[in-house]
Design a protein around this ligand. Structure first.
Ligand code: GAP
Length: 459
């Protein structure tokens, strides 16, 4: 039994430490010294990540009549990124330390001294703010205050896909945002399904950004995944679905276990080039405070108009009832999987004091998100009849759920290990099992144990 005393403020260092210790996250290219802004998902990390994706897909695609999914190629014709506005307008303000050449992201450094700025402001506005406050900003490396004038730094990551590189055309870019594949295929989806406007397309895809200062663990990385939905509506009929979509996305985080007190809305004051209106769902990250996990954007007809103009394709829609022809407007939701991962993990992270004074760390993840659903233990590893029974149960149960077999160490340690990775139920095979085919189920959150018949468990 435990006393329910959750530690008041968990720090991000503790979350990072758990992620490393228990194989959720590894630094990218670690054996070569690591690369800033790149991370790999370890064995439990990939399970949690996949479960978040499944939960998103279930809610956004499978439970909706008028939404379908898509998985588009990452490489695209380079003109896509010109049309989308990313070649011309997707940049962050950068300045370089004249002493040691460290590059800083100007809006973030201004923020640190209490001056509000963001990457969507006009460049001149940022230069003025920076000049007025230049003496207060210190280089994070050499602590001097001598910087070059801020300039725009484009975030697109270039690559060299054979055909295009040989033709000497625009460079080929990795996706700066995953959603462009949805706009390119919106007509294909309409032509090959029975959908009519309004309808939505969801996609989970990779995005790459040359972030000037990747920071805060998974929060700002150079490679990440985005879970997007794009909802196509007739012009000027965006307001009602926009509000409904906003509500449904906020509620989704609460449904999957996030404490609503750790979530809030933030409306953008400066809009990115494609948006008419934009709101962020923010999560109260340990140590960092509230920051964006998901953006909900009213993109109007910006994207389809741009692609019509640059590709020459007709992307208009003809209403089958009224024959009205129009370019649909789009409501977008776009969430970073890494940030969702960090939010779910941080919210679930609990430290409890046991009655004997020991503490246990437990991830109280929603059961659907937990990397392992059942951990199966023989009470003793040197009793072959217990081990065989446990292995048989593992074989039967793992047909339906992610299970783990563990016979290593004393039973108390095995429970602690599973608590730390959020396994909702541990099953122990003991001597009584050999007599009556019952096992002990131990609940992660209450630590209470009950005995059930193996047949009932499998049912
Ligand atoms: N298609 C719209 C779009 O890309 P965004 O606000 O730039 O909008 C959407 O990105 C989400 O992607 C953000 O809410 C955030 O969760 C995630 N994201 C953006 N940049 C990121 C980065 N450098 N590292 C990790 N996640 C990032």
């Amino acid at each position: 039994m435990t006393k329910q005393s959750k530690t008041p403020a968990v720090s991000m260092d503790e979350i990072v430490s758990l992620c490393k210790r228990r194989g959720f996250i590894y630094q990218g290219s670690e054996i070569y010294g690591g690369v800033a802004g790149l991370y790999d998902f370890g064995p439990y990390g990939v399970e949690l990540l996949n479960n978040i994706k499944k939960a998103f897909w279930r809610s956004e695609v499978q439970l909706r009549e008028n939404y379908v999914g898509l998985d588009s190629a990452m490489f695209k014709d380079p003109r896509v990124w010109v049309a989308s506005g990313h070649v011309g307008g997707f940049s962050d303000p950068l300045a370089e330390c004249k002493e040691c050449h460290t590059r800083i992201r100007v809006d973030k450094e201004l923020g640190k001294i209490g001056v509000h700025a963001d990457e969507k402001m006009e460049m001149q506005e940022i230069i003025d703010l920076f000049t007025a406050n230049a003496k207060k900003i210190k280089c994070p490396t050499c602590k001097k205050s001598t910087f070059t004038e801020p300039k725009k730094f484009n975030l697109l990551v270039k690559s060299n896909l054979g055909d295009f590189t040989e033709q000497g055309s625009e460079p080929v870019y990795l996706p700066g945002e995953a959603c462009q594949g949805i706009y390119l295929n919106y007509k294909n989806v309409l032509d090959t399904t029975r959908l009519k406007i309004p309808f939505g397309i969801a996609q989970i895809g990779k995005a790459f950004r040359n972030e000037i200062s990747p920071r805060n663990f998974l929060f700002r990385t150079r490679e990440f995944e985005q879970a997007d939905t794009q909802y196509f509506v007739p012009p000027n009929q965006n307001e009602k679905p926009y509000q409904e979509i906003k509500k449904s996305r906020f509620d989704w985080y609460v449904e999957y276990g996030i404490n609503p007190e750790n979530l809030r809305w933030n409306q953008h004051t400066h809009l990115v080039f494609y948006a008419k209106d934009a709101w962020d769902i923010e999560y109260n990250f340990p140590s960092y405070g509230f920051d964006e996990i998901e953006g909900v954007h009213d993109r109007s007809d910006y994207d389809l108009s741009q692609h019509m103009k640059h590709s020459g394709a007709d992307l208009t829609y003809t209403d089958p009832k009224t024959n009205e022809k129009y370019i649909p407007w789009i409501i977008e939701t776009s969430a970073g999987l890494g940030r969702m991962f960090l939010a779910f993990l941080s919210d679930a992270y609990t430290v409890e004091t046991l009655e004997n004074g020991d503490t246990r760390t437990v991830l109280k993840l929603h059961k659907n998100l937990a990397p392992i659903k059942y951990a199966i233990f023989p009470l003793l590893k040197n009793k072959p009849e217990l081990v065989k029974k446990a292995r048989d149960l593992f074989r039967d149960l793992s047909k339906y759920h992610a299970c783990e077999f563990d016979d290593n160490g004393n039973i108390g340690k095995r429970y602690r290990r599973q608590d730390e990775i959020g396994t909702p139920t541990c099953i122990c095979i003991d001597f009584q099992t050999l007599e009556d085919n019952t096992v002990t189920l131990r609940d992660r959150d209450t630590t209470q144990q009950t005995r059930v018949k193996i047949q009932d468990l499998l049912k």
